[in-house]
Design a protein around this ligand. Structure first.
Ligand SMILES: [Zn+2]
Length: 434
């Protein structure tokens, strides 16, 4: 499977800047030369291959490896291709036209060698190569596994890192298990998983806190920016800090989503599932304003909910261990009572049925109904699990044993779900309000 590993770059900042500046120069020269030919030669649109032959004379010598040089040039043509594809759906899409001073440097497999656990990245003849110490899990891979290396600058940290594309040679084998695990993606709890016998809620409050922090701070900065003269020194500073804030929060969110999706796949393995069924929430943000379905606050929550990214991470991580992923229409799964099929509008974290008195965790009701829909074709055919395990994807010791809790009226209602309580540490998970 092809995977991308990100490792920190320990090269001095001057060197990384010089490399990316040189790539930026090649990219910009390609762009300038391309349009100059287009203008002067009567609308001749150069092809990358033809351009390659004449560009060297225009661009001059470079200290980059020949294929790194070519990669910077190809990036311009890739951007043209993307713009062309976007044109049909978005008339505002523009062909690449801006000069860039920095551009990500790419090494193709021809410029990469692995010697004694270190990666050797070639530069042009006469220039010393770059040596990168590899972490243990990469050092043992053969040299042919390394497909591509990129030197990527992160504005959030103001540091660069290596993006290493690896073909690890592992062909995912379909898992022998045939179970089905249903996943209900949620805005508060990123995922609720169940296979009918067990239920786990992956809780990650920090994910939503991160989005809220981003929204709040962006709004504050936006207000200050609006008061400045565009182009002034203060304006530039504020715009830069807004950009940095967004890059920082994006990085945090991506990291958390990777951990949450890892936890989902581990749950699927623990539940011996061969298939993960995910409720399809792709259109959840559609027409929420025009139909006045949601309040302003809820619209903001929904529009910043990264469900697509999470689904994508779960899909590829599951595929790597031989588990298939399916999408299923999740309409009414969180409203229908799993016991009697009555439609209720849940408020807060708990689902209460006004017809039969069933009380349960809202997300588990959703995932149980998804499971019921996938296995029987109908809603409300599977009884939700009696106890729920809360799991935090990255805090230590966060896997909590399910603990039954006595609820008033439980003895009269056999279907009343007993919720787990947390392990006593304050603040890690909201305690059930009953
Ligand atoms: Zn009911």
């Amino acid at each position: 499977m092809i995977r991308v590993q990100i490792i920190a770059c320990t090269l001095p900042a001057d060197q990384t800047r010089a490399l990316n500046r040189e790539s930026g120069r090649v990219y910009t020269e390609t762009l300038v030369h391309h349009y100059r030919v287009y203008r002067m030669a009567g609308k001749v649109w150069l092809s990358p291959r033809k351009h390659d032959r004449v560009l060297k004379a225009f661009c001059g010598p470079s200290f980059l490896h020949a294929h790194s040089y070519q990669a910077a040039q190809q990036d311009f043509y890739e951007a043209c291709k993307t713009a062309k594809a976007l044109k049909s759906s978005n008339p505002l899409a523009r062909y690449p036209h801006k000069r860039t001073f920095f551009h990500t440097t790419t090494w193709k497999n021809t410029g990469i060698k692995v010697v004694d656990g270190r990666m050797r990245l070639a530069l042009a003849r006469g220039h010393d190569p770059i040596w990168v110490a590899l972490p243990e899990h990469l050092a043992t891979l053969p040299g042919t596994a390394f497909r591509q290396v990129q030197l990527v600058y992160h504005p959030a940290t103001k540091r660069s890192c290596w993006h290493i594309t690896i073909e690890d040679g592992i062909v995912p084998q379909p898992t022998p298990h045939t179970g089905i695990m249903a996943v209900d993606l949620g805005e508060i709890h990123p995922a609720a998983c169940t296979n009918g016998a067990q239920a786990t809620i992956i809780s990650c409050r920090a994910l939503r806190a991160n989005a809220q922090h981003r929204n709040k701070k962006t709004a504050d900065l936006q207000e200050l920016i609006a008061r400045c003269t565009p182009g002034s020194r203060r304006w530039k500073k504020l715009v830069a800090s807004r950009k940095r804030l967004q890059a920082q929060t994006d990085t945090r969110q991506r990291d958390m989503l990777h951990k949450v999706s890892r936890a989902v796949v581990q749950e699927a393995q623990a539940m011996h599932a061969g298939t993960i069924v995910i409720g399809d929430v792709r259109d959840v943000a559609d027409n929420t304003k025009t139909n006045k379905r949601l309040s302003r606050e809820n619209r903001q929550k929904i529009s910043h909910w990264p469900h697509g990214q999470l689904r994508q991470y779960v899909t590829y991580k599951a595929a790597a261990v031989g588990i298939t992923t399916e999408l299923i229409n999740e309409a009414y799964t969180s409203k229908t009572c799993p016991i009697c099929g009555h439609l209720n509008k849940p408020k807060g974290r708990h689902y209460r049925c006004s017809a039969c008195g069933f009380v349960g965790h809202r997300d588990t009701v959703g995932s149980t109904n998804i499971l019921s829909k996938r296995t029987t074709g109908k809603l409300a055919q599977v009884v939700p699990c009696e106890s729920i395990t809360y799991r935090h994807p990255f805090r230590r010791g966060s896997v909590v044993r399910s603990d039954k809790r006595h609820v008033a009226g439980a003895s009269q209602n056999p279907h009343l779900v007993l919720l787990s309580v947390n392990d006593g540490r304050a603040g890690w998970e909201e305690s059930p309000r009953l």
